[in-house]
Write a protein that binds this ligand. Structure first.
Ligand code: NAD
Ligand code: ZN
Length: 344
């Protein structure tokens, strides 16, 4: 089968021919219908050799969907021929967090060598992918896999951050979304769908801001040293009750810190390597800072249901598997509008 792999440090993704995998006991094989590209893939591929820990070759693709085409021994509750999305942050399945479906916060996954597909385990950017357990599949039903595959990360991650800040999303409050790319353009829609907050989108790029407006942002601002002042102006001097930073670089974290209101919440979602100092004299009174990771199994169901009810609509650029390298190059350059999805 064809697969998109990262094979050599510093060389970027390649389309290669590899053997089609067979499902072992308890495992499920999907014929992939769609696989999304995430900026985290570039985070991984940009790591120097001494910091790279995902194994080589690495089949990419941590946003995946497919049709069940083969069941390993003992698999129950999964329909052959059924269309499913893959829940990616696999945990041990046994601990307190996993029992709650919050496998994204499983404290044992790393020590047990359990890694997400596309981030250690062979991912979905291939013609077939193996899923380790039936609990990591969510039925898509009538949802178009290409239109919805990115909800498994670009939807689930902002949804998880936004839901955990829901107490700050009251009518009259303001939410700032920094970075209107794959995650950000879905985050804006989630905010609009589940709350009555005013949404301010911030990006470096005018075209991303045009998309942000199109998907529901009330205000858009070009990212720069004055962004926090402009947010203060738009909020009558108070700042924003919530800031979701989908970049996480030092300049955007500095903006988030300067823009957050008293008793507000900052979610640093982007893994751009910046840090925020918090403390009585560093952050506004009562302000909280959190760096969330991905989302829970039930939240994935919720975000798919939100798509069913028309609350979110991922803006998708489609590519064939042979064009995956070009799609990754566009993502690196920052010229993907919404989310790039490979359709094998
Ligand atoms: P993307 O490339 O699709 O979007 C990033 C956006 O940020 C682009 O629109 C870009 O123009 C904008 N941007 C870049 N620098 C900026 C700046 N200084 N100010 C304002 N905007 C700026 O990326 P994505 O796939 O949406 O991922 C976003 C980030 O989230 C990445 O760092 C990714 O690794 C991370 N991520 C984190 C999690 C998690 O669980 N915490 C999950 C998925 C992705
Ligand atoms: Zn666990």
């Amino acid at each position: 089968m064809k697969a998109v792999q990262y094979r050599e440090i510093g060389k970027g993704p390649e389309v290669v021919e590899i053997e089609t995998p067979e499902p072992g006991p308890g495992q499920i094989r999907l014929k992939v219908t769609a696989a999304g590209l995430c900026h985290s893939d570039w985070f991984v591929m940009d790591l120097p050799a001494d910091q790279y820990s995902y194994g080589l070759p690495l089949t990419l693709g941590h946003e995946g969907a497919g049709i069940v085409d083969k069941l390993g021994d003992g698999v129950e509750g999964v329909e052959l021929g059924g269309s499913y999305a893959i829940y990616g942050p696999w945990g041990c399945g046994q601990c307190h967090a996993c029992s709650q479906g919050r496998e994204n916060y499983c404290p044992h996954a790393a020590e047990l060598g359990i890694t997400p597909p596309g981030l250690g385990t062979p991912g979905a950017m291939a013609e077939y992918v193996i899923v380790d357990d039936a609990r990591h599949l969510v039925p898509l039903g009538d949802l178009d896999p290409v239109e919805t595959v990115s909800l498994t990360d670009a939807g689930l991650t902002p949804y998880h951050a936004i839901r955990s800040a829901q107490h700050k999303l009251y009518p009259g409050a303001t939410a700032v979304v920094i970075g209107a790319g794959g995650l950000g353009h879905v985050g804006i829609q989630i905010l609009r769908a589940i709350s009555a907050v005013t949404v301010i989108a911030v990006d470096l790029n005018e075209e991303k801001l045009a998309l942000a407006k199109e998907v529901g942002a009330h205000h858009t601002l070009i990212s720069g040293p004055d962004t926090a002042d402009e947010i203060k102006k738009l909020t009558g001097g108070l700042g924003a009750e919530t800031v979701f930073d989908f970049v996480g670089a030092q300049p955007t974290i500095d903006t988030a810190k300067a823009a957050v209101a008293i008793d507000g919440v900052v979610h640093i979602v982007g893994i751009g390597g910046g840090t925020m100092q918090a403390g009585f004299f560093a952050t506004p009174m009562g302000a909280a800072v959190r760096a969330p990771y991905w989302g829970s199994r039930s939240e994935l169901r919720e975000v798919l249901d939100l798509a069913r009810s028309g609350g979110v609509d991922v803006h998708v650029e489609r590519y064939g598997i042979d064009d995956a390298v070009e799609a990754y190059a566009k993502l690196h350059k920052g010229t993907v509008r919404g989310r790039a999805v490979v359709v094998p």
